[in-house]
Ligand binder design. Sequence first.
Ligand code: MF3
Ligand code: CO
Length: 250
Amino acid sequence: MVNVKTSEEVKKIAEASRIVALVLRELSNSVKAGMSTEDINIMAEDMLKKYGAKPAFKGYRGYPASICVSINDEIVHGIPSPQRIIQDGDIVSLDFGVQMQGFFGDAAVTVPVGRVSVKAEHLLKTTKESLFLAVKEAKVGNRLFDISSAVQECAESNGFSVVRDFVGHGIGRALHEDPQIPNYGQRGKGIKLEKGMVFAIEPMINEGDYRIKIDADGWTARTADGSLSAHFEHTIVVDYEHGIVLSQVN
Ligand code: MF3
Ligand code: CO
């Protein structure tokens, strides 16, 4: 069941999402070659303490860290490790969620480290653009898969592919609520969108084939063909003109 949030509930989701945005902004500016992915996890946890918020991912289905850090061909759910060192030219996805006052916020960005390839730049730009286009579709009167198809059209028209195995989701009192929001689908299909529905929209786009494989750690998802993958995510609320991004700070 897809529920509509009250304005009080949206406010609390917005507060959680704001913390997510503040942390991601700080981390994006801090990611440097030579750092370990665990360094990033530690920074995220330190900032959370300052804001008095709880990590949403730690302990979720046994996930061991507060943030997911996924590099290059890793799509999502990379587990931070002191052994994993970020290199010049990497693209690094940071996926982060918090819980505050009983409500969740969730967002992700992929950042280039140092000089990255032209292809990597194009992938990042396209994935970010697909999220922006998807958020535009999150408006009253539209259907759920208008969001999905916006991502798919953007990705595929740029020669990339859309990951099938992971989806966006409703969010609120739980990290994952209904509906599931695939990043592919047919315009005009799916539930009708209503003001106050809150979604985490999260395109995961591969440079090559969309197929994935999961590492022996049971978490890290990577492209089956070894090509690059990018991930951007925002928590948004459906409104009349377009979705309103909650996980953003200016
Ligand atoms: N943004 C991802 C999602 O919504 C993060 C979940 S990671 C997990 O699925 F560790 F919590 F599983
Ligand atoms: Co999410």
